[in-house]
Design a protein around this ligand. Sequence first.
Ligand SMILES: Nc1ncnc2c1ncn2[C@@H]1O[C@H](COP(=O)(O)OP(=O)(O)O)[C@@H](O)[C@H]1O
Ligand SMILES: [Mg+2]
Length: 510
Amino acid sequence: MKLELQGITKVFGPLVANDQIDLVVEPGQIHALLGENGAGKSTLMNVLYGIYQPDAGRILIDGEPVTFNGPGQAVAAGIGMVHQHFMLVPVFTVAESVALGYEPTDAGIINKKKAAEKVKELSARFGFDLNPDAVIEDLPVGVQQRVEIIKALSRDAKVLILDEPTAVLTPQETDELIAIMKELKASGTSIVFITHKLREIRAVADTITVIRRGKVVGEATPDASEKELAALMVGRPVDLGVAKEEKAPGATVLAFDDVTVIEDNGQVVLDHVSFDVRAGEILCIAGVQGNGQTELCEAILGSTRPTGGHVTIDGHDLTDSTIKHRLRQGLGYVPEDRAKDGMIASFSVAENMILDVYDQPPFATGISMHPQAVIENAEKLRKIFDVRVTSVLDPISTLSGGNQQKAILARELSRPIKTLVAAQPTRGLDVGSIEFVHQSIVEQRDSGTAVLVVSTELDEVEALADRIAVMYRGRIVGIVPPDTPRDILGLMMAGVPYDEARTAGKEVRS
Ligand SMILES: Nc1ncnc2c1ncn2[C@@H]1O[C@H](COP(=O)(O)OP(=O)(O)O)[C@@H](O)[C@H]1O
Ligand SMILES: [Mg+2]
């Protein structure tokens, strides 16, 4: 089936999210839609899927104009969509999830048996190994995504829309998804693949359409270089590395001394962890997700209390102090889960930019608040940190993920800090924003702040680190120089001590 979008326009109030977009998806092709966060990709797909009605433009299938008044009609026309944020119900089984939304059967009930058969048939075809009776919330995110794909395919999707499918996947799961996409293509399904990751696009796309600020700004083929694609996406030449000079660090600012955290169930999540971060240096914590990094950050912030050991900032023992006290002691904190810990979704962007200092001058004196100062502060930060927002008085929840992250970073870097903790600072961000966030972190280091970055991305660790601490099962396996080869880091991430990893690494390389 050939799909055409012609002149699609979609506005939200004053914002033109899609501005006369033309897109042709040829049968059996993987068509990549590349664009920064907030470019309008999801909006366009929601129009195609019947969730939004376009303000102008039309959709054609095999040359015939069609109108979708809801996803049901899009599905009936052969369009399937796996949303950026999955829409599965956590307590349902796989079969129930797939059955949900089917046309009611004669009896008016969901046909679970038919769904279970479809699950078996389709997972056998794609080698998914999905149990129809498994409960969604027990499944890893990568497997939940396969349930979404099967759900779309079980409705005979001829065009499958995948909206940022790899954002939640490990590198290995991403490779598996790419293999699935190739298989789908071979069986005649077209795919609209949305991403901002250039490597993936080049691995799988037949055609690339780049959109920026709601407009199509170019078409490309997968042989275009990452630099070319990045420039097209961002609208200016992008430096894919980070400019960072050698700097001599100062005195210790943040220190962990033999910190242990034991959970209520007896599980040791931090196991005698010691390290220090000095003024003007970036210590990166590398490791596979789930090896204690989250708890380590929480122990710095104070949302988790150590069972043993001490956390000090600038010589002050803060092991037992409140979160607020730590923030006032000069701790800047960019959390891993920004939607949960970094902001208050219903508050405005401006209010979120002063969350930690709302009761202090210039935003308040005594009990009187100064709203004008709050707005002025937000307007200033919005310019410096390039936060794309229609109005700083809009709720922060209306911003794209990348812009939310920039708003939080703006807040944390705009007050006087001595220590910056940034957990997965660029997760889910596009190239332009990553470059910006990395530069901001390096600038912070250069101004003398002690910086701790936690990242599961080795690219990021290599770009930022002055020293690398590798974590495995709640322990620091070793602290190594930034130019340590990847194979050695990889072995350490599996728990092999540095000396052994070095010997093994030499064998691997020779
Ligand atoms: N329901 C909505 N109401 C108002 N603004 C929206 C809505 N959905 C998206 N937007 C805005 O439209 C723009 C495009 O968003 P989106 O399509 O989600 O971008 P992308 O998927 O490329 O990251 C953004 O500025 C976003 O804030
Ligand atoms: Mg999106």
